[in-house]
Design a protein around this ligand. Sequence first.
Ligand SMILES: O=C(O)CCc1cccc(O)c1
Length: 380
Amino acid sequence: MSAVVVVGAGPVGLTAALTLSRRGVPVTVLEQGDTLATESRASTFHPPTLAMLADLGTLEPLLARGIIASTFQYRARGGGEIATLDLGVLAADTPYPFRVQCEQSKLTPILLSALPAHAGVRFGYRVDSLYPSEEGVIVHTSRGPVLADWVIAADGAHSTVRRTLGAGFDGSTYPERFLVASVAEDLTAVLPGIAPINYVFDPEEWLVLLRTPEHWRVLLPTPADTRDDDELARLPARLDAVADLGRPWRVLHASLYQVHQRVTESFRLGRVLLAGDAAHVNNPLGGMGMNSGIHDAVQLADALAGVLDGGPESELDMVAVRRRTVAVEHVQRASHDNWQRLRSQDDGYHQQLRALAADPAAARAYLRRACLLDSLENQP
Ligand SMILES: O=C(O)CCc1cccc(O)c1
């Protein structure tokens, strides 16, 4: 019997496992895949997440694989830069006043190799259901039952654990899909002066341009009800409208996905804790999903280690409530505001952004919220 079973070996599950393991708690991670996932998903790490990864001894290898982004930009379509915000104004708030651009699939092997041998990660274990009682939890897997005192579910937005427990996932689906294209173009050459992360305003064709270590990504809004093939067919023309290269853009990969804002009622259900996408999802604008999931993992795992050390469960309850409040009042609110504002053509708003960039105290307050520092320090 393992003290804690973590379901899911993504960045959230492995962070929870490493946090527990560093506190001396025996952990088993159950992952349904045969290996770590390799597809590219989240790609930005915010300053407080970097601090947590440093505490876990995993920052250095991440920095070696990522790109340091000290600035990000707001831009007008066809009209160039509106404002550049410099995370350097956070120098008094964090030892890491920058974002790191790096795919989450580069973090998971780093976390995995930091786990000691006793934190067994078992691949090919699909969780089918679980039975919690006052004494512990029986986790039924495709390879037989696994017993635990506690479970941390980090099994993603379609979480089997959350569904088995009958917990809700209320919220809404956005009226458009997002199309993410990875391209082989060097956008710094195409759009001189561009930052590693760029939010480009337009009422119809807003977009995001993001640099990762391997390539640039372009995120475009796409109607909810069109055929995928039709959307992929019109992608070249949409990219030409971003910048005319005089030849077709080289698209390496493109995918469409629906975007939701949803949250479960409680991040603690008896001896089961829900973390990351299993507990809450949001739109990706601002890069807060994986970051807040890693924050869930560290804070819930730390509080659980306290309980296993003989501390009161009320502390764990408080953390579970606080993480839900952060998900709704910081992460969902800010990412939804980002989505609404990208459509803005309001000169007044653009002027506000210019004023913000020129005022270090105002920029600091804004960036503390945007990178989730406030969500951790000024806990709601
Ligand atoms: O704002 C960010 O840093 C991430 C926005 C984004 C853009 C493209 C794809 C994606 O998954 C997220």
